[in-house]
Design a binder for this molecule. Structure first.
Ligand code: C2O
Ligand code: CU
Length: 517
């Protein structure tokens, strides 16, 4: 479908909601405007909290290693997961698990991952936060058709993936990973259908390590804990509930009327387990927190906790320059926060709950830590963690303004008034140059740029916010706000996307291309 008819489609399809006078439904998750979206009520009984142990996704082993490269294989397939007591949940999993297996890579060693698609629909893999050449970045129409199917089987498909650099059955993605140690993640990125695919389970961690981070001697092993936070809703039979217009994920993208602003689940999962418990020693832990919710913003706090209960040491693009003691962490979808928590400050037996102050009722809790009586190593973050060369507005050769706003139909989300089209280019940038982008929002939009991390320069008339330090790849834009970011476009020439990481907004076209040449 060409850009024009696609836009016509969006306009026509979504008139109903406007006619009904609903407009853009916003922030119904409790406190108004904490999240852009509406909560979807599960039909299955909501499980009790703090009954099951946190599980840690398995670390994947390479099937081969050579001088430069670690080679991995992942099969994307259907599987059954035990998420709710007494019920089975069909998921789409990388190697059949949700979350997928964790890949751990060393900076500068190439990681090659061959993904085989045994799912019923085409898929695309994006390594979020990866400094990746365009052919492996998971461009939204560069699909891998399911094993045994061809483009011909998908001729009627809405988004015309046949225009992309497609593969049949399997594709090998190559990641140079010449980048700082950081907590990255990989997830599906198929044009128009990312939200439902990630909701069904297509997300996993990809951690990059390096010498600089090793030299700090941060908590490691069982005390280096990735936490993937996802909200989900369930049908009575335990299957995942998601309000797709077209549940086959074949022809019609998007979600039904009430959820066009974003789908919020009513069961909080951490690494795929509802409201889990982790038994901890009286020692310092490192938590790699990833908000992998489709649309829900989180405001995380430990209870009880001293005011400096979480010491933030890293974010999307790796270590901060200096640790920041935080009493709470606001995390928008796709953002990562690396924090240290010293449980030796609690008496043995203390139950420490991670709360979400942006959630109501059951969604105001996330997980629990139970402090044991074993003493372990305490780790005080050094005053200096890393060096971050600041980017400033004066480095910029170009300043652009980009508007992230709802379209006239309640069902369309636009950048500068345009829905995503693979054919349109919103920004042509020069390799090696620095640009300042002024990002203007109507509602909450977590805006993500592929390829290069950026620095937040300002919000409104003030400086960066409390959670903006370091190299970010996703900024939490707030309603009616103008934020400025500085980006150095380096590494590779080619076409990449930037988009809202509220996955419903992304699927309903809040995405655009930038081309580096
Ligand atoms: Cu996490 Cu373009 O994606
Ligand atoms: Cu958005």
């Amino acid at each position: 479908m060409a850009a024009l008819s696609r836009r016509a489609f969006i306009g026509a399809g979504f008139g109903l909601v406007v006619a009904a006078g609903v407009g853009v439904p916003i922030a119904l998750s409790g406190r108004p405007a904490d999240s852009t979206g509406s909560q979807l009520a599960s039909r299955a009984p909501i499980p009790a909290a703090f009954r099951r142990a946190l599980t840690i996704p398995a670390v994947l082993s390479p099937f081969a290693m050579d001088e430069t490269t670690d080679h991995y294989r992942i099969v994307q397939r259907r599987a059954m997961a035990g998420i709710l007591p007494g019920l089975s949940t069909p998921v789409w999993g990388y190697n059949g698990t949700f979350p997928g297996p964790t890949i751990v890579s060393r900076r500068g060693r190439t990681t090659s991952v061959t993904h085989t698609n045994e799912l019923p629909v085409p898929t695309v893999v994006h390594l979020h936060g990866g400094h990746t050449p365009p052919e492996s970045d998971g461009y939204p129409i560069d699909v891998v058709y399911p094993v045994g199917q061809t483009a011909a089987d998908w001729r009627g498909m809405h988004d015309r993936p046949d225009r992309g650099d497609t593969a049949q059955g399997a594709r090998t993605y190559t990641y140079p990973l010449d980048q700082r140690a950081a907590t990255l993640w990989y997830h599906d990125h198929r044009m128009d259908f990312t939200g439902p695919s990630v909701w069904r389970g297509l997300a996993g961690f990809h951690i990059v390590t390096d010498d600089e981070e090793d030299a700090l001697g941060l908590p490691s092993g069982a005390r280096d804990v990735p936490l993937m936070l996802t909200d989900r809703s369930f049908r009575a039979d335990g299957s995942l509930l998601y309000p797709s217009i077209d549940a086959t994920l074949r022809e019609v993208p998007g979600v039904t009327g009430d959820y066009v602003a974003g789908v919020l689940g009513d069961v909080m999962l951490v690494n795929g387990t509802p409201w889990p418990v982790l038994a901890v020693d009286r020692a310092t832990y490192r938590f790699r927190i990833l908000n992998a919710c489709n649309a829900r913003r989180l405001d995380l706090r430990l209870d009880p906790s001293p005011a400096d209960g979480m010491v933030q040491i890293g974010t999307d693009g790796g270590l901060l320059e200096r640790p920041i003691p935080q009493s709470h962490i606001e995390a928008a979808p796709a953002q990562r926060y690396d924090v240290l928590v010293d449980f030796s400050r609690y008496p043995p037996g203390t139950a420490v709950t991670m709360r979400n102050d942006f959630g109501d009722g059951r969604m105001s809790e996330v997980m629990r830590f139970v402090v044991g009586d074993r003493d372990g190593e305490r780790f005080a973050a050094p005053a200096r963690l890393s060096t971050i060369a600041p980017l400033s507005a004066s480095d910029a050769v170009v300043t652009r303004t980009l508007r992230f706003q709802a379209g006239a139909g309640a069902h369309s989300w636009l950048i500068d008034g345009e829905p995503f089209s693979p054919d349109a280019v919103a920004a042509n940038v020069r390799l090696g140059s620095v640009e300042v982008w002024r990002l203007v929002a109507d509602f909450h939009h977590p805006v993500h740029l592929h390829l290069n991390p950026f620095q937040v320069l300002s919000r409104g008339s003030g400086g960066p916010g409390a959670f903006d330090a370091g190299w970010k790849d996703t900024i939490d834009l707030r309603p009616s706000e103008v934020a400025t970011i500085a980006i150095r476009f380096d590494g590779y020439r080619g076409r990449y996307v930037f988009h809202c990481h509220n996955l419903e907004h992304e699927d309903m076209a809040m995405m655009a291309n930038f081309v580096i040449d």
